[in-house]
Structures are given as structure tokens and as C-alpha cells.
Design a protein around this ligand. Structure first.
Ligand code: NAD
Ligand code: GLY
Length: 374
């Protein structure tokens, strides 16, 4: 079992990472909070896959459970309200604790319910997907989607602790796992040279779910994320924007695909390839670094990206990105292995070229570049 601290003064907390941890969770909760009323928020898929674990937690904690429908399309104000209604119906007071047991969708909804109910009650993240373990469960971004935008309604609200039991990943579909790896992969570009080397050396093992490499990848990713969040909790200084590496391209692609065909992490992988190509066009990186970046893509299985016939439309979607400032797009672009920079006013043609270059229908385009490059 390892522990990583997120240092935020009075809002500091621990991330616990280990295997087969579920029976220890209730003691950890009691150690942290004492005897409190708990409400577990999960979804139908996890309820089906983990009935014994949930029953054990419910019994030990004397907890109420709210089981939400599964899927990003349910990450709405209406579903959030279901959680609020449950909290109110069960007369949960300000000492109550919300336990988010699920992937990023559950974590974001449950965290936002905890942030809003009774002007804020405690909550704990128990993430169950790779993406939620390395990204969404840590850092306090909570919220739901609105018809006008993804994650448009929400709050920064930090959990009391984060409980990562990597055994949960045994049941995760490979496509979801690869998508989650997209959020690990990004740290090879923004998390320093050591992380870049670690990913280059261990990418294949992580994708094959080799236990040691996986635990190490999660811990390394979280140390970087904890450090960044500790310095820029509410994304004011530009530091936390680094975590959005590849995301300006990715969010636009997800919208272009009407949030139907691509998983978020898959779009991030595509966005990372675009960002690297864009940096090369702008001469922000040397050719040798570009080749190193593209070589990193080599261990990936192929990911299908819908053919992009209207790159200008995708470009227009970028303007709803939260990094846009006074109508100017800002991109996180790589400069060297492990290093990136937030850049404003990037030439439109360079962006369109990147989109067009990787619009061939699969992420393998990145691997083709590598083949071209050697
Ligand atoms: P998700 O929560 O939809 O989970 C993906 C699928 O895996 C779902 O069908 C889920 O039921 C299933 N699942 C979860 N755990 C499982 C397990 N152990 N075994 C088998 N199946 C399991 O998606 P996600 O990728 O975890 O998260 C994506 C969401 O996270 C998006 O809504 C995104 O906006 C959000 N997000 C938030 C932040 C943040 O900082 N708050 C960061 C990144 C992403
Ligand atoms: N996932 C980006 C962030 O936490 O800021």
C-alpha cells in the first residue's frame, strides 16, 4: 500500500493505492471521520459486478446506497438531483459522508452533490476505472454536463481522501483501460524527463496490465498531478492547464463526434498526437524530439478516429475550450520529452494542418509518422 499527499493546507488529503483493499476501507473511513452516516453513490454496472463488496460496505457502515444509471449521458443536473434528493430523504446532516464508488462520471456527480448539499459535506473518492484513478478522483473538479457544454456546471471541491484499489481494474473492459491510459500517457509529455523515460520503457507492460508497472504508473501519475494541483488548485496560474495537454484537440473531436463514438481518453491520445505535430510545425520542438514522441505511440493498439471531413468545424469547436482567453485559443504544446508550455495565439493553419494530418481514420497515423521518420 502506498500513500501520496495532496498538499492544500487545510484541504490537504491522502491518496491510498493498493490491491484488494476493499475490506480495509471501512476502517480507513472510521479512522478518518469517526462514526458518521454514509451514503454510497455508484452505478448499475458496479452494482452488478461488485454486489458482495457493496453489501459488505453497506452493512459495516450502515450506509444508504444510491445506484445511478450508467453512462456519460446521465451525467446531468437531473441525475445530480437524484443524489441530492437521496441525501435529503435520508436526512443526511452536515456530518454525513458521500462515498463515490465508480468511474469519473460517478466521481464527478457525487463530488458535486457533496459540494452543494447543505453547503458542502465530506466525500471520499473510491475510483474504479484507470482514468478516474489517475485523474478525475484527484484534484477536486466536480460537476455535471449541460446541453450547452461538458462539465459546465460544477465546483472545485476536494475529497477527504482517495481510495484506489487497483484490483477493481480486473473487470474493466480493455477499451476503457486503453482510454484511461491516455491520461497516464499525457504525463510523459508534461511530467518531466523521468516520467517520459518510464512510459517509453514500460508502456507495453502497462497496456498489458502488468501489476508492478501499472501500480507504478498510477503512483507516478498521481505524484505529478498532486504537485500541480498543490500549486494551482483552481486553475488560475496556468500551471494546472498543463493537465489539459492534448485536451483542446480532444474536446473538439469529442464534440465533432457528438460524444458518441470516442471515449474521452481515446480523444486525448489523438489530441496528444496533434499537439506534438503542431509543436513541430511551429518549430517548438526539434525533429529528434518529435520522433521520440511518435515512438511513444508505438506500443498502442490501434484506435479508430472517425474520418474528419470538416476540419474547420472541429477548429471552431475549440473556442469553447476553458483555456480560451478573450477569444484567443491557448494550447499546451510539448517542447522536449516531459516538458510542455502553454501557448496563446497559435497560428490557425498549424492547427488545421495537425487536424488534417491525423484525420486519416485511425491513431495509427501517429505510428506511420514514426515509420516515416526513421
Ligand atoms: P465512466 O465513469 O463512464 O466509466 C467508464 C465505464 O466503465 C462505465 O460504463 C462504468 O460503469 C464502467 N466501469 C467503471 N468501473 C468499472 C470496473 N471496475 N469494472 C468494469 N466496468 C467499470 O468513465 P471514466 O472514463 O471513468 O470517466 C470519464 C468521466 O470523467 C467524464 O465524464 C469526464 O468528464 C470525467 N473526468 C473528470 C475529470 C476531473 O478532473 N474531475 C478528469 C477527467 C475526466
Ligand atoms: N483533468 C484535469 C484537471 O484535473 O485539471
Amino acid at each position: 500500500m502506498q500513500s501520496i499527499s495532496v498538499e492544500l493546507g487545510p484541504r490537504s488529503y491522502e491518496i491510498i493505492i493498493g490491491e484488494s483493499l476493499y475490506s480495509r476501507f471501512c476502517d480507513a473511513l472510521a479512522d478518518h471521520y469517526g462514526d458518521r452516516t454514509c451514503i454510497i453513490v455508484t452505478n448499475t454496472t458496479l452494482a452488478r459486478l461488485y454486489p458482495q463488496q457493496l453489501a459488505y460496505w453497506e452493512k459495516r457502515l450502515d450506509a444508504v446506497r444510491v445506484t445511478l444509471p450508467d453512462g456519460e449521458r446521465y451525467k446531468t443536473i437531473e441525475t445530480w438531483r437524484t443524489v441530492i434528493d437521496a441525501l435529503a430523504t435520508h436526512s443526511i446532516d452536515r456530518d454525513g459522508i458521500v462515498i463515490a464508488f465508480g468511474g469519473g462520471v460517478i466521481g464527478d456527480i457525487a463530488g458535486f452533490a457533496a459540494a452543494a448539499y447543505a453547503r458542502g459535506i465530506n466525500y471520499v473518492q473510491a475510483p474504479t476505472t484507470l482514468l478516474s484513478m489517475v485523474d478525475s478522483a484527484v484534484g477536486g473538479k466536480t460537476g455535471v454536463n449541460h446541453e450547452k457544454g461538458k462539465n459546465l456546471v460544477g465546483a472545485f471541491y476536494q475529497p477527504g481522501f482517495v481510495w484506489i484499489d487497483t484490483t477493481m481494474l480486473d473487470t474493466l473492459a480493455q477499451r476503457e483501460y486503453v482510454a484511461g491510459y491516455g491520461e497516464v500517457f499525457k504525463y510523459a509529455f508534461i511530467g518531466g524527463e523521468e516520467m517520459a523515460t518510464f512510459i517509453a520503457d514500460n508502456g507495453t507492460k502497462i497496456l498489458q496490465r502488468e501489476r508492478g508497472a501499472l501500480q507504478e504508473a498510477i503512483a507516478r501519475s498521481l505524484r505529478i498531478k498532486a504537485m500541480i494541483v498543490g500549486q494551482d488548485e483552481t486553475e488560475r496560474t496556468g500551471m494546472r492547464c498543463m493537465l489539459n495537454f492534448g485536451h483542446t484537440f480532444a474536446h473538439a473531436l469529442e464534440r465533432y463526434c457528438r460524444y458518441e463514438t470516442m471515449l474521452h481518453g481515446e480523444a486525448v491520445l489523438w489530441g496528444i498526437a496533434c499537439a506534438a505535430y503542431c509543436a513541430k510545425s511551429l518549430r517548438m520542438i526539434e525533429q529528434s524530439h518529435y520522433e521520440t514522441f511518435m515512438r511513444l505511440f508505438h506500443h498502442f493498439p490501434d484506435i479508430v478516429v472517425p474520418v474528419i471531413n470538416e476540419p474547420h468545424r472541429l477548429y471552431d469547436y475549440m473556442f469553447t475550450d476553458k483555456k480560451t482567453q478573450h477569444g484567443t485559443l491557448r494550447f499546451v504544446l510539448p517542447t522536449a520529452p516531459g516538458h510542455a508550455r502553454l501557448v496563446a495565439g497559435v497560428d490557425k493553419e498549424a492547427i488545421l494542418d495537425s487536424i488534417t494530418f491525423f484525420s486519416r481514420g485511425t491513431i495509427a497515423a501517429a505510428r506511420d509518422v514514426f515509420a516515416d521518420a526513421v
